[in-house]
Every structure is written in C-alpha cells, then in structure tokens.
Design a binder for this molecule. Structure first.
Ligand SMILES: NC(=O)c1ccc[n+]([C@@H]2O[C@H](COP(=O)([O-])OP(=O)(O)OC[C@H]3O[C@@H](n4cnc5c(N)ncnc54)[C@H](OP(=O)(O)O)[C@@H]3O)[C@@H](O)[C@H]2O)c1
Length: 404
C-alpha cells in the first residue's frame, strides 16, 4: 500500500491533536483512502521540549529540512500568527504539497492568495479548522452553494466570549471574574484580547464571507466590538426581559455590498442562538432554497479541531477540489440582495432620550428601556446624541412589557 506523507507545523493543542488522531486512526484512514497516512515531520519552535513523538518522525525547528524531505504530500499548519505561517505554506504549495491550515488570522488575510497559488500548482487547500473548530461549517457552506445562494450567516464564533457571557449570567460574575474562570479552565489565553475584543470572531467571519459571497467587506467598515464593556447589571437587566447577550458575528449581502458586524447582541428565546451556552459555537446559515440551517458544536479544543483537519486531509488526498471553490462576488442587481433596512434595537438607560428628527419608530418605552426600529446609520446618530444610553440589536421575536 502506498503512503501519504504529512508534515505538521506546530505541536501545540492543534498540532498534537492531529498527530495523535492520525496515529489512533491509522487503520480507518487506510481503509478510507486506500493509502497509509504517516507523519513524516513535525516543525516546532523549541526543538528541545520533551514531546511524545515517535523517534522515526523528524522533529525540527528548521522548515527547510521539511521542504527537503524526499517525499511529502500534505503540510498541516497549526502555528500562530500570519508569519512565518504564510511563507511556509507558500513554499509547501510551490513544492506541490496540499496544504491544510487551522490558522484563522493568517487565512483571513491571505486565504485567497494561497488558494490562487494552490490552483496554479494543482494542489488543494483545506481550512475547515479555521472556523468553529470541529463544526463542519465550511464543508456545509460549500455543499449548500452548489445550488443555494447564501443570504446571510450569523453565529457565535468565539467560545471564550460565549463562556464568559454564560458565566456572568448563570453565576452572577463580573466580566473580570468570569474571564479568570475561563483562564483557569484553559478556555482563555493569558492575553485574551483576540477573543474578548472580537478579533477572533472577526477573522472567522471574513473567511466565511469569502466562501459565501466570493469576497470580503472592507475591514475598516465592519463594526467590531467585543464583550469587555458588558456589565453584570446589563446582563441581569436583559435576563429580566427574557433576553441573553451573545457575541454575534453576522455577514450578509445587501444591494451588492457585503455588510458584516461583530458585536454584543441581545437574543430572544425564539432565536436559535439563545441556548448556545459555554464554549459551544453555533452558525446559522440562510440559503435562498434551503431556508435557515443551524450548526452547533465544539468551536475549539484538541480533538474537535483535529477532527476538522483530518476531514480536510481526506478531501485533499481524494483530490476533492470542493475545498477551493469560491463563488464569485456578483455586483449590482443581485437576487440575494435585500435591503437590510430597519433592525430591532433595545436602548438601555435612555434618560431623556433624544429621538427626534431621525427615522426611528419606537415600539415600546419604559423608564429603563426603549424598544425601537431603526437602521444602522440612525443608531450611530442616536449613540452620539445619547451618551448615557447603550444600544443593542435584538434578534428574534421580542415584546417589551411595560411592567418590567
Ligand atoms: N486551540 C484551538 O482549539 C484552535 C482551534 C482552531 C484553530 N486554532 C488555530 O490553530 C493554530 C494553533 O493553535 P494552538 O492552540 O495549537 O497553538 P499553541 O498551542 O500555542 O501551539 C503553537 C505551536 O506552534 C509552534 N510554533 C509557534 N511559532 C512557531 C514558529 N515560528 N515556527 C515553528 N513552530 C512554531 C509552537 O512550538 P513550541 O511548542 O516549540 O512552542 C507550538 O507547538 C492557531 O493559529 C490557532 O488560532 C486553534
């Protein structure tokens, strides 16, 4: 039986998970692929750290040694940050290796150029693990795109933030106490900025945008807000109204323009993301034919992420080009386009709310809240005029009761 030789770049949570899964599922992989899969090399930063790696595997801190291997079929990249990951993958493609990456930051920025280079070199790119860990959102999207046009994607793409918001609500914790709990459980890194400020969800959203709409919005035009400003008081107040805070990433095509946002949002009990708690991720995809599909599962972790990487490994080895299909961005009159128009918003602590001379329709008003319908530009104006108030979009069917 011939063999598929794999190099793994990085031996942290993801790299080690991939290594272990290839070894624990050798027979199954041989059956599925008709070829033996073997790890030929592992690239790390510190070569002298003690690791459980078979001594027949080359362990190196020099990528050139990996490139010089006599036979290499697939390079799996699981290191952190844009460089040197990008350069390594470009070199691997030029050596006609298929590549698979879990690195969302690098792929959000350089995904399309890597795919172009891969096409020129007749190899494939797998990137399922870049979005929502073990949840097969990319394969699902690509499958749907065979016939559907995607109207909208929205989801909880960062498990750390979702865990913190869930902890704050269920255990009456402040943001910093919930963050500490997340760090103690290994869900948040020592520097949690990427997660709690919305960057991680933003990178994933940009990757989804490219698949669904064939392009990304201008990054500076995408509002990105994390959860660091959410207070215990806001969470309790929302709960009394039957609402939960979630860090929602959303992207859609409106009149030929891709519009996205990452921000704390209130969701109602009727919304599919209401019950997504703890470190879970969930992605809701709206297609013109299929309607709304919601996927849910572990968004990170050693084995869930390894599962996504190994699925990609099977696809690239089988020569399934599905992993590189992008649908071109259409312009102008697009059937998918619909006016985003008014959304529902909750204004908290309105004080002497200044709502005149802008196109707002107030649905209900109490001492502490105004539930209103307005579009994004109007909300921006209102934010400037009403410094004391906070504004959150509300997803799902909601009624603000006068008695609350
Ligand atoms: N953790 C998850 O659940 C998860 C899920 C989905 C996607 N991802 C993404 O997957 C990637 C890896 O995440 P991780 O959690 O596995 O990271 P990690 O635990 O911090 O491990 C990173 C690994 O990369 C190696 N490394 C870092 N810089 C390197 C360099 N310049 N040259 C060679 N090796 C280098 C490190 O080597 P040493 O061991 O020698 O330090 C380490 O083995 C990231 O891009 C992350 O965003 C992670």
């Amino acid at each position: 039986m011939s063999s598929i030789r794999v190099a793994i770049l990085g031996f942290g949570t993801v790299g080690e998970g991939v290594y272990k899964t290839i070894n624990s599922h050798k027979e199954k992989l041989s059956k599925v692929l008709g070829k033996r899969v073997e790890v030929a090399a592992v690239l790390v930063k510190s070569k002298n750290k003690n690791r459980e790696i078979d001594n027949r595997v080359l362990v190196t801190d020099d990528f050139e040694e990996i490139l010089n291997l006599e036979k290499l079929d697939v390079v799996v990249e699981a290191i952190v940050g844009q460089e040197p990951a990008l350069t390594y993958l470009q070199k691997a493609i030029q050596k006609e290796c298929h590549i698979i990456t879990a690195n969302k930051e690098m792929f959000a920025v350089h995904g399309s150029e890597l795919q172009k280079l891969a096409k020129e070199n007749g190899v494939s790119v797998g990137f399922e693990a870049t979005v929502a860990g073990g949840v097969p959102v990319i394969q699902t999207l690509q499958q749907l795109l065979n016939i559907n046009q995607i109207k909208k994607i929205e989801g909880i793409l960062n498990g750390t933030s979702n865990y913190i918001l869930s902890e704050m609500r269920t255990n009456d914790l402040s943001f910093s106490a919930a963050l500490q709990a997340a760090q103690e459980k290994g869900y948040a890194e020592a520097d949690p900025t990427n997660d709690v400020e919305g960057y991680d969800a933003f990178y994933k959203l940009m990757i989804l945008s490219e698949i669904a709409f064939g392009g990304k919005p201008e990054w500076a035009m995408v509002p990105r807000e994390g959860i660091t400003g959410i207070t215990e008081e806001q969470i309790k107040g929302a709960e009394k109204l039957g609402l939960r805070f979630k860090l929602i990433a959303s992207i859609q095509l409106v009149n030929g323009t891709i519009i996205g946002s990452v921000r704390p949002t209130l969701v109602t009990e009727t919304h599919p993301l209401f019950n997504i708690e703890g470190v879970e991720n969930s992605v809701s995809i709206e297609g013109d034919i299929v309607g709304r599909i919601t996927l849910q599962g572990p968004g990170a972790g050693m084995l869930p992420t390894a599962s996504a990487v190994i699925e990609d490994l099977i696809h690239v080895v089988r020569g399934n080009q599905n992993t590189v299909t992008l649908c071109p961005l259409s312009n102008g009159e697009d059937e998918r386009a619909e006016d985003k128009g008014n959304q529902n918003w909750l204004m908290i602590h309105p004080g002497e709310a200044q709502l005149t001379s802008v196109p707002v329709s107030v649905v209900t008003q109490t001492d502490n809240h105004v539930y209103l319908k307005a579009d994004e530009p109007t909300i921006s104006t209102l934010r400037k005029r009403n410094h004391q108030a906070s504004f959150f979009e509300v997803l799902g069917e909601f009624q603000l009761k006068k008695s609350v």
